[in-house]
Design a protein around this ligand. Structure first.
Ligand SMILES: Nc1ncnc2c1ncn2[C@@H]1O[C@H](COP(=O)(O)OP(=O)(O)OP(=O)(O)O)[C@@H](O)[C@H]1O
Ligand SMILES: [Mg+2]
Length: 395
């Protein structure tokens, strides 16, 4: 049986016991089951990790489609390099996945941790990612009509609500974006990728940490000072929602190379009340106008620069479900984050259309992912750690 090494085992304390080769955990939301796979098994299931089976590539490594000997379709995420950063991401992902169970969160099907490889196994999601439908390989097919888009928005919000308010300790995802929202056969969304997640212990309001995540989705206080709280996810969700409604990318490159954020684009339309002009043209006018307004209002609330003014995910879900008819204090303006030039320089355009629909990026181009943005570029009133070590109170 494959066993993770001692350091990994200690960082995965809640997921392992000495003779685990199958896990049934009952933390937070209920039981979730997974098992340990052998490398041989996963090698066979993915046809030797063949290029034909490759679904996409992310910061952690490549993702392959596979089928187990008992016929289960799986997605196998294979760590591209064994280093401490990647091992930590693997450890956090497995730790967090072992804790969560919710219809809108992609759970753990299993993992493989040998001496020189790390792999995570998930259920295969036949409709791939939201990114592939908005900007990638399915963008031309318009499978996500308005109704599906609202279902995706509400489901993703419910997944986040569970992470922020139900599971203990609470979990901040830190990488909410369209490639991390996967779609099952009925287009039910499942939020995935917990490699950057932080567990928030009781009584802790925020943490300071190195900035990770994807530019375009990052809240001001996080990108500037590394201050992390649930409201950072709320901000990212606001951007995701705007993307779902408008079909635009979080950052687009204008002719001449200038980069513009989705909020900068939306700002004048919102402040002039031209909501209909915000809707994705691919919808060809087929959308519910009041739902559109409500969704835009929720975005406006979520992307406010002051984190304390943002709603929490309970309020977001309630607003999106139309339980609160009107947003009480509806700011009519978005104050867009103006990312500094040097930050934008880190960001590579999300050329999902040219790749796999998965927002493919490799280690060299970074695709807007700050895996370790150096602190000296930022003012740092919260004294966040720059030594790469994990903050107190978090994993
Ligand atoms: N369970 C799954 N079912 C189907 N496709 C999946 C699954 N998991 C991942 N994918 C596909 O593989 C792609 C790559 O995923 P991965 O999470 O590695 O990268 P990413 O989301 O683009 O970036 P990041 O590393 O920042 O999360 C996804 O965009 C998605 O299309
Ligand atoms: Mg991902």
């Amino acid at each position: 049986m494959t066993k993770p090494n001692a350091a990994l085992r200690s960082s995965l304390s809640c997921c392992f016991s000495e003779n685990d080769d199958e896990g049934i955990t009952t933390i937070g939301g209920g039981a979730s089951s997974w098992r340990i796979f052998t490398y041989k098994e996963l090698h066979a299931a993915t046809n030797g990790f063949s290029g034909d089976n490759k679904l996409g590539e992310g910061g952690f490594g490549s993702v392959y489609w596979g089928k187990t000997s008992d016929g289960l379709q799986i997605a196998v995420k294979k760590l591209k390099a064994m280093n401490s950063k990647a091992e930590m991401e693997f450890a956090v992902e497995v730790e967090v996945l072992g804790r969560v169970r919710h219809k809108n969160l992609l759970g753990l099907r299993g993992y493989c941790a040998g001496t020189d490889q790390r792999l995570i196994v998930y259920d295969f999601m036949p409709n791939l990612s939201l990114l592939s439908h908005l900007h990638g390989q399915f963008a031309g097919e318009m499978q996500i009509d308005w109704k599906r888009r609202m279902k995706i928005a509400i489901g993703s919000a419910e997944g986040l609500l569970y992470l922020h308010h139900t599971v203990t300790p609470h979990i901040i995802h830190r990488d909410i974006k369209t490639s991390n929202v996967l779609l099952d056969k009925d287009f039910e969304p499942l939020v995935a990728d917990f490699g950057f997640a932080k567990l928030i212990l009781e009584g802790v309001s925020h943490l300071t940490t190195r900035v990770k995540g994807t530019l375009g989705y990052l809240a001001t206080e996080y990108v500037m000072w590394g201050k992390v709280s649930e409201s950072c996810d709320v901000y990212s969700f606001g951007i995701l929602l705007l993307e779902i409604v408008t079909g635009r990318k979080p950052i687009e490159k204008l002719p001449g190379g200038v980069k513009r954020t989705i909020t900068e684009w939306a700002e004048p339309l919102i402040s002039n009340g031209r909501f209909k002009h915000l809707a994705d043209p691919k919808l060809r006018g087929n959308f519910d106008e009041s739902q559109l307004k409500q969704a835009i209002s929720v975005t406006v609330l979520c992307v406010q620069s002051e984190p304390e003014k943002r709603p929490n995910m309970k309020e977001v879900v309630s607003l999106l479900n139309g339980h609160e008819q009107k947003v009480k204090v509806m700011p009519m303006r978005i104050k867009s984050i103006k990312y500094e030039e040097e930050l934008l320089a880190f960001d590579q355009p999300s050329d999902a259309d040219d790749h796999d629909g998965g927002g493919g990026h490799d280690e060299n181009n970074g695709y807007g992912v700050f895996s370790a943005l150096e602190g000296q570029k930022m003012q740092d009133p919260y004294k966040h750690r720059r030594d790469g070590r994990i903050d107190k109170n978090v994993y």
